[in-house]
Design a protein around this ligand. Sequence first.
Ligand code: NCD
Length: 325
Amino acid sequence: MTAAAKSLDNPIPPNSQLAQGHLLGIEGLNPLEIAYLLDKAEGYVDHNRQVDKKLDLLKGRTQINLFYENSTRTRASFELAGKRMGADVINMAVEGSSIKKGETLIDTAMTLNAMQPDILVVRHDQSGAVNLLAQKVDGAVINGGDGSHEHPTQALLDALTIRRRKGTLAGLTVAICGDIAHSRVARSNIHLLNIMGARVRLIGPPTLVPKSFERMGLEVHHDMRKGLKNVDIVMMLRLQMERMQGSYVPSTNEYFHFWGLDYEKLSAAKPDALIMHPGPMNRGVEIATDVADDIDRSAIREQVEMGVAVRMACLEVLCDQRQPR
Ligand code: NCD
C-alpha cells in the first residue's frame, strides 16, 4: 500500500474546524488539524513523482474552480490535484463567463450549485467573498485566496516545504518580508506559524506593514539587515501594485535597494536560511535573480511542487467530511 493510501486510515482529529466541510482560512484551525493535513500531503509527495499519478479516491466527485482573479500556480495546482485524485474538474474564469455580463457572485454560485458540485475552489478579489459564498452552496468550499484576507493552501504548502527541509516548524524564526499590508499569503502564514510554534518577524517599509500587526504583539522591523539577523527562513512577498491605491513606495528601484533580497542582505540570516517566495516573482523588485535561482538556498520551485500534494490532501479530507467514501 502506498503512503498516500495508508494515510486514509487515520481519522480526522477531534474538534476539527475541517469537520464543517470547508477550508476558508488558517485562523481557527488547531495544531492537530494542520499537522493532519501536512502528514496527509506528505504521503502524496512521493506519489506525485511516479509516472502513474492517477488515483481514484475522488472518483465520481465534481470540482469547480471559480477564479475571479488571475492565477497560474494556484489554479493549475488545484486542477492537477483534483484530476490526480480522480475527480471531474472544470475551470471557470471570469473572462468568457456570465460574470462579465454583470451576474453577481451569489447568482453565479447558486447557478453552479444547481449542477451539484462536490467542491468549489474560489478565488476572489474581495476579502470575505469566499466565506459568504460558502454559506450559500451545498458542497465543500476551499478558499483559493480572497482579497488581502487569507490563502490557506499557500500557507499549508509553505509549511510542508519548511517542515521537509528543517524537520519541524516549532522553534524556527521566520521573516516575512515586503508588501505585508496587501498580502493574504502573509496573513495565512502568520496564523499558521503562530499556531505551530514558530516565531514570526515582519519586515518592510512602514507604509506596507500595518500597525495592527505590531499591536498584536508581532515583531516588526523596518530595516532588512536587522530584521533578517539569524532567521531560519526568509519569505519574500511580491509588491502587489494591483491592490494599491496611491503610492506606497517611491520607485521599484528604490524599493529593491532597501527591501529587495540580495546576497548582501541575506548574509544577516543564518548561513543555511531557506529562501521562499509564493510567486509570481518580480525579479529585481523584491528579489535578486541570483538569489531566487540559488539551487542550494531557494525553495521556490519546491513550494510549487508541495502545492499539488497539499491540495490533494485538502480535497480528500473535505470530500470525506461531506460524504465519506
Ligand atoms: C499569491 C496570491 O495570489 O495571493 N500567489 C499565489 O497564490 N501563489 C501571491 C501574489 O499574488 O503575489
